[in-house]
Design a protein around this ligand. Structure first.
Ligand SMILES: Nc1ncnc2c1ncn2[C@@H]1O[C@H](COP(=O)(O)OP(=O)(O)OP(=O)(O)O)[C@@H](O)[C@H]1O
Length: 618
């Protein structure tokens, strides 16, 4: 298996590249193919292509095709044999195609024609047999040239090969038999039960009958007795969808929430998409099973669906998709892009149908996959229009759909972070405000688009200041009485750039509310850095960026009994400690990460209060 010699040129001897076959096989086994088991896929694929080529022969040559041309597999533990009734090879073909790495009889001038007809095209697939055997033995008789002798080729892994012709009796019918004598270390891939399992794995949807004989004397068994489930006829639509769901379950190991039939005649694609019954982490892309002309190419193809479609797994069989040399993925070309778009459209149509006519299915689907749908709705107006009212959101009324929430709250307020929602939820809901947590990916964008489909609804951002404005001020007298305490508290919390105010709000059990947006904290950090770097280049830059640094606000609740007592404390140290403790408790309640200074403040105030309590008791 070396490249043919080239003639010497006048400027010096022209030399020919030598191919080190061992190195090439090593390259294939370690870098191209995922496992030695692919040798069987390559043999089956060559047999399928040979049968296809035979069908394309002139009517005279095709007339001799056996009644049911097929592929016969044999594995008895000693040898693995694949026999086909395909087009066969002449001696010249053997030299040209079998013995020349990288040359293929399937390569056509027109890529489209090549894709339409054959699975192979690179002229390297047969080399995969060296992953399990040191020698490949081929016996072939051409159907194209019926009077050509039978030809025998033996190719060895070290690059040597022999060819000889044999009398017609050596192979009475046209076709090809490939025999491997596996190496001892390849028994895992070549023992009879494994060969049968691999044949079923790769070939269960092949259109040509494939049989398997384990050499025990028992009759050969069919590998692909049934056509693909979508190619079969069923008495009723219900029976059809049950059969498709059962197939999905067999292939993927889960009971699909629903099964969507796929059919794209332009590329000869048929198959099913199985809707996963459980939530999958957003962005986790699932591999789909892709067959080309019935042959299983990949179980992990991601590229046939867009990213948002992570709620389905597909099995498809296509005529016109183009595999890469490893056959384990697909070429990213215009056809693949068109297939992806068409399949995405099919999934959208399924969602639309469920939204319009199957609320139960829609409910179960959204329960498991609302995140996927949200990511889709952000970019897809039609999905947004159909599904936004049904999507669940975290709100001050609990988890509910936007539609239901908008019915009870004419103005839907939305926070920009989870943290802000946590800070304000209890108080906002006590104040009768309807707030949606807009902190999760997509949620704020989606809530803001509600008026597009519910024009009567109003949506506004809820910033902490809006909420503060909704809290009732205390009367003047109370304010004056608390003034000294508030001044001490402000002084104690100045290090956190935190103002302190007294208001009344529900629930009365909440002593204090810390209103502090993330932007405000960033702004304060920037201002602080600018102060520290004053005069330096960074100080100038940060200073130029500085806006009026927004302050955090600790709002004490005059309705709370503890606060009522605290504001009357005269003792300066205790007043200070109680203010720090109230700040610490409110910061913890907001559930945002605490800064180191805040953690130590909480510790200190707790110990101080404890010491105070113990002193009082002694
Ligand atoms: N069973 C067969 N019947 C007839 N010809 C065959 C058979 N197996 C292999 N060949 C010939 O040997 C050539 C090389 O086969 P090989 O499997 O290496 O590459 P390929 O199928 O052409 O392309 P790919 O590398 O994409 O599989 C084929 O193009 C074909 O001409």
């Amino acid at each position: 298996m070396t490249l043919p010699d080239a003639p010497s040129g006048p400027l010096g001897a022209d030399r020919t590249f030598q191919v080190d076959l061992r190195g090439l096989v090593d390259l294939l086994s370690h870098h191209l193919y995922s496992s030695p088991r692919v040798y069987l896929r390559e043999l089956l694929q060559n047999a399928v292509d040979a049968l296809t080529a035979r069908r394309q022969l002139t009517p005279a040559a095709a007339a001799a095709v056996p009644a049911a041309p097929g592929i016969r597999l044999y594995a008895d533990g000693g040898v693995v044999r694949v026999e086909d009734d395909g087009v066969g090879l002449t001696e010249a073909d053997v030299h040209s195609f079998l013995a020349t790495i990288g040359r293929s009889s399937k390569r056509a001038d027109s890529i489209a024609q090549q894709r339409a007809d054959f699975i192979g095209q690179f002229g390297i697939g047969l080399l995969s047999c060296f992953l399990v055997a040191d020698e490949i033995h081929v016996l072939s008789r051409s159907a194209r040239t019926p009077d050509a002798p039978v030809v025998e080729w033996r190719g060895r892994g070290d690059g040597r090969y022999t060819v000889r012709t044999l009398p017609a009796s050596a192979r009475p019918r046209p076709g090809t038999t490939v025999t491997l004598t596996p190496r001892a270390d390849a028994a895992e891939w070549t023992r009879p039960s494994q060969v049968h399992a691999l044949a079923r794995h790769f070939g269960s949807l092949l259109r040509h009958p494939v049989s398997f004989d384990d050499g025990s004397g028992a009759p050969a068994v069919p590998v692909n007795p049934e056509p693909a489930p979508w190619a079969q006829a069923y008495p009723t639509p219900g029976a059809r969808s049950r059969a498709l769901a059962a197939y999905g379950e067999e292939v993927f190991g889960f009971t699909p929430l629903d099964t969507i039939e796929l059919d794209l005649p332009a590329v000869g694609l048929k198959g099913i998409a199985c809707v996963l019954p459980e939530t999958v982490p957003a962005g986790r892309r699932h591999g789909h099973r892709v067959h080309v002309k019935g042959m299983l190419l990949s179980e992990q193809a991601e590229e046939i669906l867009p990213e948002w479609a992570f709620f389905v797994r597909c099995v498809v069989d296509a005529e016109a998709l183009r595999p890469t040399a490893s056959r384990e993925s697909l070429y990213e070309d215009d056809t693949l892009a068109a297939v992806r778009e068409a399949l995405a459209e099919r999934l959208r149509a399924w969602i639309a149908r469920a939204a319009a006519s199957d609320p139960d299915l829609l409910g179960r689907f959204l329960q498991a996959h609302h995140l996927a749908v949200k990511s889709l709705a952000v970019h897809d107006d039609e999905i947004l229009r159909m599904l936004l009212p049904w999507l669940p959101f975290e709100t001050t009324d609990g988890h509910t759909t936007l539609d239901e929430f908008a019915r009870t709250h004419r103005t839907v307020l939305v926070t920009s972070s989870v943290e802000e929602f946590r800070q304000v939820a209890a108080i906002a809901s006590a104040a009768g405000l309807g707030v949606v947590n807009g902190g999760y990916t997509y949620d704020r964008d989606l809530v803001h688009r509600l008026p597009e489909i519910r024009p009567e609804a109003t949506v506004a951002d809820l910033d902490p200041e809006t909420l503060t404005a909704h809290l009732d001020p205390v009367d003047r007298e109370t304010e004056l009485a608390a003034a000294a305490y508030l001044a001490r508290a402000r002084d104690a919390l100045a290090v956190f750039d935190c103002d302190v105010a007294l208001r009344t709000f529900q629930p009365a059990s909440a002593p204090a509310l810390l209103v502090d947006s993330r932007e405000a904290r960033h702004e304060r950090t920037r201002s602080q850095l600018a102060r520290e770097q004053q005069g330096g280049v960074w100080g100038d830059i940060l200073g130029a960026l500085r806006q009026e640094a927004p302050r955090a606000q600790l709002i004490l609740n005059q309705l709370n009994p503890l606060v009522r007592t605290a504001v009357t404390i005269d003792e300066p140290e205790l007043a200070r400690t109680s203010a720090e403790a109230l700040y610490g408790q409110a910061a913890m309640l907001s559930r945002r990460p605490l800064r180191p200074a805040e953690s130590s403040l909480i510790n200190r105030s707790f110990l101080d209060l404890l010491a105070h309590a113990l002193r009082k008791d002694s």
